[in-house]
Each structure stands twice: as structure tokens, then as C-alpha cells.
Design a protein around this ligand. Structure first.
Ligand SMILES: [Mg+2]
Length: 237
């Protein structure tokens, strides 16, 4: 029989529902479907050995991501989903800003980013994938659960490497198939996923690795949030 602390861990806050009770799981990719530390260390070693000349591009690209996210967070009070999607994706804007900052061409930045952030990490993503979560999503989907992947980066290469492409009915990934959403914690991409699954936000749970991105977006969308490390479901306030 579970003790009190176990009960808190598995059923969470007083009004929380078990994960399986939600009609749709909206899942983040990076840091959620794989363990990021192992991938980061492996890629750092690979970059140092084979791509040292590209390190400044990757660092600048990552910096732009955090700057864009911080800027969004700072001005979120003035933003509205009803304003509609931007004309270019956050990924395209991140490429543009990186190219401008380094005085490089956008195609050159994009080639470097693609090689080091999407192609070469594939083997490490596979090695460090969260097998338990991936199996759980598979079982949930087979039992009738609705599933979407929501990512701030292109997802096709990474989903193929993880052998997880079939797990998701809907994929919303910045930089792919015309998806042009602001970065998380803007809730627009999660709301779009819920709409495409024809599921109301209060019947969706976001599964992610960052409370300041996925968690904040979930709360703004009126969805529950489940942090991948604890697997504790926190209902919307
Ligand atoms: Mg993440």
C-alpha cells in the first residue's frame, strides 16, 4: 500500500488527474525524448575533434535561441495568440540573427547548424533516448490516446534517429512544413497542436523538460504540465 509521499508523487496536486486520464499528450522533443547530458558531452567531444571551426557558429546560434526566448518572456504580457503566426518561423529568425551577428551568409549558418545539431547528433540521440517514456507514449497511443510533438526546432531528423516518428499524430516543429510559431513559453504551438487533435486544452497535458518553457507555455494555454524527470502532473491553475 503506498504511503502518503508515494501518493503525492503519483497523483500530484489535489485536483490532478493521472497522466493516462488526459485525452492528449503534447510532448516536447529536446531534453524530453532523450537524456540531454550524454548527448551534449558526446557532441562537445565530436565538435572539438572534427568541427572546432564551427563551434563559434553553434554557440552563437544557441545564444540567439535563449535571447529570443528571454525577449519573448519579457514582453509576453503584451503578446496575444490572436495576433496570429509570424511571417517566418522562430528557427528562420534564429538563423538570420546568427548570420547577421557573425557576418556570415544565412545558407552557411543553416548548413553548419543542420550538420551539427540535426545530422551528427542522431547516433547519440538514439543511444541516450528515454526508452521508458517512449514506450509509455507508444502504449498510450495504442490505447487510444492522442499524441502530438511540439518542438522549437526542426524535428524530422531527430524523430527518425529516435525511431519515434510513428508515435505522433501531429508534429509542430519550428522551421518545418511552414510552422511559424513564436518560441516557448509562448503557448501558440501547444494550442495549435490541441486544435489539430480536436482536444480542448484542459484535456491536454504537456510533457517537457523545462518549466520555464514547456511548463510556462502549458499554464498559459490552460493545460496540465508533466516534467519529464519527475513525471508529476501539475494541473492548470
Ligand atoms: Mg526541451
Amino acid at each position: 500500500m503506498p504511503n502518503a509521499s508515494t501518493q503525492v508523487r503519483t497523483t500530484c496536486a489535489a485536483s490532478a488527474r493521472p497522466l493516462a486520464d488526459y485525452r492528449a499528450w503534447l510532448v516536447d522533443l529536446d531534453g524530453t525524448l532523450y537524456r540531454p547530458l550524454g548527448v551534449k558531452l558526446a557532441m562537445a567531444a565530436e565538435l572539438a575533434a572534427l568541427g572546432w571551426h564551427d563551434i563559434r557558429v553553434i554557440r552563437a546560434f544557441r545564444r540567439e535561441h535563449e535571447r529570443m526566448r528571454e525577449a519573448l518572456t519579457a514582453c509576453r504580457a503584451n503578446l496575444s495568440v490572436a495576433e496570429g503566426a509570424p511571417s517566418s518561423s522562430a528557427f528562420e529568425q534564429q538563423i538570420q540573427r546568427t548570420a547577421l551577428g557573425l557576418a556570415m551568409s544565412e545558407p552557411a549558418v543553416e548548413r553548419t547548424v543542420h550538420r551539427w545539431m540535426f545530422e551528427r547528433p542522431g547516433k547519440w540521440l538514439r543511444l541516450f533516448r528515454r526508452r521508458g517514456l517512449i514506450d509509455r507514449i507508444d502504449r498510450y497511443r495504442l490505447q487510444g490516446g492522442r499524441t502530438a510533438l511540439v518542438s522549437d526546432y526542426p524535428a524530422t531528423c531527430k524523430l527518425a534517429a529516435l525511431r519515434a516518428a510513428e508515435l505522433f499524430e501531429v508534429v509542430i516543429a519550428n522551421g518545418e512544413r511552414g510552422a511559424a510559431f513564436a518560441l516557448k513559453p509562448d503557448p501558440a504551438a501547444y494550442l495549435a497542436a490541441a486544435e489539430r487533435l480536436a482536444t480542448p486544452p484542459n484535456d491536454c497535458v504537456v510533457i517537457g523538460d523545462r518549466d520555464d518553457a514547456d511548463g510556462q507555455a502549458a499554464r498559459a494555454a490552460g493545460m496540465a504540465f508533466c516534467h519529464v524527470k519527475s513525471m508529476v502532473v501539475v494541473p492548470p491553475r
